[in-house]
Design a protein around this ligand. Structure first.
Ligand SMILES: CC(=O)N[C@H]1[C@@H](OP(=O)(O)OP(=O)(O)OC[C@H]2O[C@@H](n3ccc(=O)[nH]c3=O)[C@H](O)[C@@H]2O)O[C@H](CO)[C@@H](O)[C@@H]1O[C@H](C)C(=O)N[C@@H](C)C(=O)N[C@H](CCC(=O)O)C(=O)O
Ligand SMILES: Nc1ncnc2c1ncn2[C@@H]1O[C@H](COP(=O)(O)OP(=O)(O)OP(=O)(O)O)[C@@H](O)[C@H]1O
Ligand SMILES: N[C@H](CCC[C@H](N)C(=O)O)C(=O)O
Ligand SMILES: [Mg+2]
Length: 487
């Protein structure tokens, strides 16, 4: 419980109707979750407008309404507050309501197109190993110490997020590592949080369905750094074209990591094999279990953050060298017939190119690379032909299949992928709508030492077809096919 007026700190009110001394039980952004004593915040979304549900919220027992436009009819005994941006207001309100949890822990946010889950998860594992009780907010799952809390989003909505942060604090967390998706930054899900530090991995093509232009996507990511306080640290990738721009207007202390130029956190790859990476980290040779150049970047980001958080270099590198990555990220299994199966969450053109380039570098001879890949429905359509072309350019055989079609027609997504492929690419692929059949076919094509990459869904345990989530696990299916085909 809290008094409404006590959670309005930082909320710019343009009109007040009723008493702000009323007690509120919880904050809701969905009228369907409102009950007696709630404050309902009406948000204009992409699909619908919360203002349409103000009446329902009042019927369900809301004692207060926060909105951008006052309703024509107001009920007696209900407080109505008007603000210019309810997305932003609800974030400030939630932070206050849950006792400003971000001020009480070291909160580190990670943003970028690819690598967020890997970096946040590695930081969580590292700091847990260093003896801290940690929280994790990520695409795969949220975690409080060893307790797993399922995740529905990469970054939860502001109310769920602050409730989760409070729970983390209550359960003794001192450090929280969190992914900050561009959707979350744009929708103010993280507004009002006090970050101790922020990391940037890279920015490449994704989510243009939502952000419309690449410049706008960059602007949104950059705004995360623009809002950091001077007490925070910001660690960015000097080798990314936008790495410097990201930190251009930040008040935070700036640091860079790099494999190519001089930087505070400098790496040099000495060896990159299926057994792991050997890298010089600020002139110290370290063996890592993670694979691939892109993971060298992720490791440098993690190392940089650990140094900014004041940890001991030696200790950090020893612990880091033993860590494995996040589930479904370059996750590999070797079959009885010695075929290598790799499950990876690459679902952007850049990630797919990176993962395939890494695999090509790891080949000893002329082993075939057979790739199974699809693209998600209700998501950025422009990445479809790009991912298809990259898959063909960098593999020997490719099977296009369904990812999560969601509300789209799966065959149409495949046709979008096939659109504009080069003639060389056209000779390399077949399309099989059914993902299980696609994986089976890929395995049937493989011989000893060949590599089967199943890309796009990583850790996901379902396939969303028409809004229904059917159980599906790429790694499990791959294992089954190895056994079924006795390979
Ligand atoms: C495009 C997008 O980001 N949508 C998010 C957004 O929903 P929306 O704006 O479409 O909401 P809406 O359905 O229009 O409804 C508007 C408001 O009316 C309310 N409402 C609606 C119906 C009703 O009966 N009563 C009611 O009060 C809704 O609760 C909402 O507050 O706000 C919702 C609440 O925070 C999110 O759950 C929802 O995520 C959807 C499910 C989603 O799929 N989001 C993805 C794209 C996403 O956010 N992904 C990123 C990661 C991407 C990445 O980096 O790869 C993430 O952070 O997960
Ligand atoms: N630093 C990196 N640079 C480029 N590609 C990467 C990097 N790290 C991981 N990848 C590739 O991107 C995929 C997704 O990685 P990860 O889940 O860590 O990213 P993410 O930013 O959390 O993605 P999402 O936005 O979907 O949650 C991996 O499976 C791998 O193929
Ligand atoms: N966080 C990403 C996940 C994409 C994963 C891929 N399997 C897909 O469904 O497109 C998104 O919501 O866009
Ligand atoms: Mg993620």
């Amino acid at each position: 419980m809290a008094k409404l007026q006590d959670i309005l700190y930082k909320v710019h009110l343009t009109q007040v109707h009723g008493s702000t001394a009323v007690e509120v039980k919880d904050i809701q952004i969905d009228s369907r979750h409102v009950s007696a004593g709630s404050v309902f915040v009406a948000i204009r979304g992409a699909a619908s407008d919360g203002h349409r549900f103000i009446y329902n919220a009042v019927e369900a027992g809301a004692v207060a309404i926060v909105c951008e436009e006052m309703p024509e009819v107001m009920s007696d005994g209900v407080t109505y507050l008007q603000t210019s941006n309810t997305h932003e207001s609800v974030a400030y309100m939630a932070h206050q309501f849950y006792g400003e949890p971000s001020l009480k822990m070291k909160l580190v946010g990670v943003t970028g197109t690819n690598g967020k889950t890997t970096i946040a998860t590695l930081l969580f594992k590292l700091f847990t190993q260093l003896g801290y009780t940690c929280g994790l907010v990520s695409t795969v799952q949220n975690q409080i110490g060893d307790k797993i809390i399922p995740a529905t989003h990469t970054t939860p909505d502001a109310v769920s997020l602050n409730a989760l942060l409070k729970q983390m604090y209550d359960e003794g967390c001192t450090h929280v590592f969190m992914e900050c998706s561009s959707h979350a930054i744009h929708q103010h899900r993280i507004t009002g949080l006090q970050f101790t530090g922020a990391l940037f991995s890279n920015i490449t093509h994704d989510h243009l369905d939502y952000h419309k232009t690449f410049d706008e996507y960059i602007r949104v990511k950059k705004s995360f750094f623009d809002h950091l306080p001077a007490t925070a640290f910001a660690v960015s990738n000097a080798d990314d074209k936008r790495g410097e721009v990201m930190l251009q207007n930040t008040h935070a202390k700036k640091y860079f990591y790099s494999l190519k130029t001089l930087a505070a956190f400098k790496g040099k790859i000495l060896e990159n094999a299926l057994t792991g990476l050997v890298m010089l980290v600020n002139d110290q040779e370290v063996h890592f279990r993670l694979i691939g150049e892109f993971n060298a970047y992720n490791l440098l980001a993690v190392y940089g953050a650990a140094m900014c958080l004041g940890e001991d270099k030696e200790k950090v590198l020893v612990k880091l060298s033993m860590l494995t990555g996040a589930e479904g990220r370059f996750d590999y299994i070797i079959s009885g017939g010695l075929i290598i199966g790799i499950v990876d969450y690459a679902h952007t053109p850049d990630a797919l190119e990176n993962v395939l380039t890494t695999i090509r570098k790891l080949r000893k001879g002329h082993e075939q690379i057979i790739t199974v890949v699809g693209c998600g429905g209700d998501r950025d359509k422009t990445k479809r032909p790009m991912m298809a072309q990259s898959a063909c350019d960098l593999s020997d055989k490719v099977i296009f299949t369904s990812d999560n079609p969601r509300t789209e027609d799966a065959s149409q997504i495949l046709r979008d992928m096939e659109e504009g492929l080069s003639s060389a690419a056209k000779r390399k692929y077949i399309s099989i709508v059914d993902r299980r059949e696609a994986i089976k076919t890929a395995v049937s094509f493989a011989n000893e030492d060949d590599i089967v990459l199943v890309a796009g869904k990583g850790h996901e345990k379902y396939q969303d077809i028409g809004g229904v989530k059917h159980p599906f696990d790429d790694k499990q299916v791959l294992k089954e096919m190895f056994e079924l085909l006795n390979k």
